[in-house]
Design a protein around this ligand. Structure first.
Ligand SMILES: [Zn+2]
Ligand SMILES: [Zn+2]
Length: 381
């Protein structure tokens, strides 16, 4: 493309002369949105500006062209040379719709969409190259663990399915030596005409890189393969149901050597037959006999450390709670232990034995109090 304007390309895009490919692309995208002819119908100045930034981007986004421009202050199509390595930064990442803008007066009626749709999508042969470096996504799995494992911490063997880097192509998606593109002769650029106007557009065959890669068959050119992996996951002591455990780097692999995502395990703790957990405190219902509740006793109760002795005070009622300090769960954060609450449940003797029945009758005769007296008072009936 001959230099049709004296305007400095860097100034046009508003970037410094040291700007990298990404910065140039970002600047182009921003300006292209602003001066897009669809957004400025009938505005000849905007249309002209749009053409200029398109031209500037065409040159500055190509390493060789840019080199020549930097050296001579213009870029000429007559220059014959291979595309630079930076050309691969190309148009694959540009994502906006040119809509159906029609070249007014150009005669041919070719729309921007027709002209550039391929440009912006890139060729299928190089989709892996155009995809660029993308960090891998996070994965989330649900993990059900036993109550005891949650309390004590555990190492779990897990089988997960994740996208891993392809070993055959080392995550590049391509194998073998790249060949010179036959579509553009290695320049990465082809000419397209719309009426009287001619445009240099990146070659659709090679996506503007000038080279054709052979896509890796193992991963289909994606650079990643789905794989089932068995991993050991350390579940911390005291983990609570509903919390998430992060396993760094075990999400999906990134593309082109970009970092992998993380694996998150949403922990669901199974209920225990005896212990009920609220925060880091534990609740246990413990049956006691009438005699133990009446006379007081030292009884054994279960704790997560094993058995512990608890003193039941004389005259303890059903439903009363006794606290065992620091016999609860160790906090996953601080390690500080919660408490255990023992709820007393008085178990009445079965009246199958005549002596038991007689004893109960005797008990009633010597302690004839009415336990429901206050109840009616409170109920007001
Ligand atoms: Zn591969
Ligand atoms: Zn090509």
């Amino acid at each position: 493309m001959p230099p049709t304007t004296k305007t400095d390309f860097y100034e046009l895009l508003g970037v410094s002369r040291k700007a990298g490919a990404k910065e140039i692309r970002a600047a182009f995208r921003k300006l292209a949105r602003k001066y897009h002819p669809d957004l400025n119908p009938g505005d000849k100045a905007a249309e002209e500006k749009f053409k200029q930034i398109q031209e500037a981007y065409d040159v500055l986004s190509d390493t060789k062209k840019r080199q020549m421009y930097d050296q001579h202050g213009f870029y000429s199509e007559n220059y014959q040379g291979g595309p630079g390595p930076g050309a691969g930064e190309g148009p694959g990442g540009v994502q906006f719709d040119f809509g159906g803008f029609d070249f007014g007066g150009a005669g041919g009626g070719a729309s921007f969409r027709d002209l550039f749709s391929q440009f912006f999508r890139g060729g299928a042969a190089v989709e892996h190259a155009a995809a660029g470096r993308e960090p891998g996504g996070d994965l989330e799995y649900q993990l059900e663990i036993d109550f005891t494992d949650a309390v004590r911490g555990v190492v779990k063997k897990l089988s997960i399915v994740r996208l891993d880097g392809c070993e055959i192509c080392h995550g590049t998606g391509a194998v073998g030596t790249p060949q010179t593109c036959t579509g553009c002769g290695g320049t990465g650029v082809i000419q397209q005409a719309a009426g009287k106007m001619r445009f240099n557009v990146p070659c659709t065959r090679c996506g503007g890189t000038g080279k054709l890669h052979t896509a890796c068959r193992t991963c289909g050119g994606e650079g990643r393969v789905r794989r089932t992996e068995t991993i050991d996951v350390r579940i911390p002591t005291g983990v609570a149901s509903g919390s998430r455990v992060r396993v760094p780097g075990k999400g999906n692999a990134g593309t082109m050597g970009a970092p992998p995502g993380d694996l998150y395990l949403r922990v669901v703790v199974k209920e225990h037959a005896v212990f009920e957990r609220q925060g880091n405190d534990l609740y246990v219902k413990v049956p006691v006999t009438v005699a133990e509740a009446t006379l007081g006793a030292k009884i054994e109760v279960p704790t997560i450390d094993g058995r512990a002795l608890v003193r039941i005070p004389p005259g303890t009622n059903s439903g009363q709670r006794l606290r065992l300090r620091e016999k609860g769960v160790a906090s996953a954060r601080s390690g500080a232990r919660g408490d255990q609450y023992v709820e007393v449940q008085v178990v009445v003797p079965q009246p199958t034995d005549e002596r038991v029945r007689n004893l109960m009758k005797e008990l009633e005769s010597i302690a004839p109090e009415d336990p429901r007296k206050e109840l009616f008072g409170k109920a007001g009936v």
